[in-house]
Design a protein around this ligand. Structure first.
Ligand SMILES: [Zn+2]
Length: 82
């Protein structure tokens, strides 16, 4: 899974380094052009809670899920506590 947002990774959504090398740790939405898109977990959660939510999974539950999941992923663990 993507070590930034937790999305299951497939080849078609892998991120790339600026030279075109695939980066297998992150998806293309989290890491693009050699840079991370989201500065903070809050920014990522704000984005994902809108996009992942559906009638059976309301945004507040998505947020709660992500708030548990993200601190376990390498990208955020490396940064320590927010
Ligand atoms: Zn991602």
């Amino acid at each position: 899974m993507c070590q930034c947002c937790g999305m299951p990774l497939e080849e078609s959504i892998l991120s790339q380094e600026p030279d075109g090398t695939p980066n297998v740790a992150y998806c293309q939405w989290c890491y693009t052009g050699g840079k991370f898109v989201y500065e903070t977990q809050e920014a990522l959660i704000d984005f994902l809670s809108h996009h992942l939510a559906h009638p059976q999974w309301p945004p507040e539950q998505v947020r709660a899920h992500l708030a548990q999941l993200l601190p376990q992923l390498d990208h955020w663990r490396d940064r320590g506590e927010e």
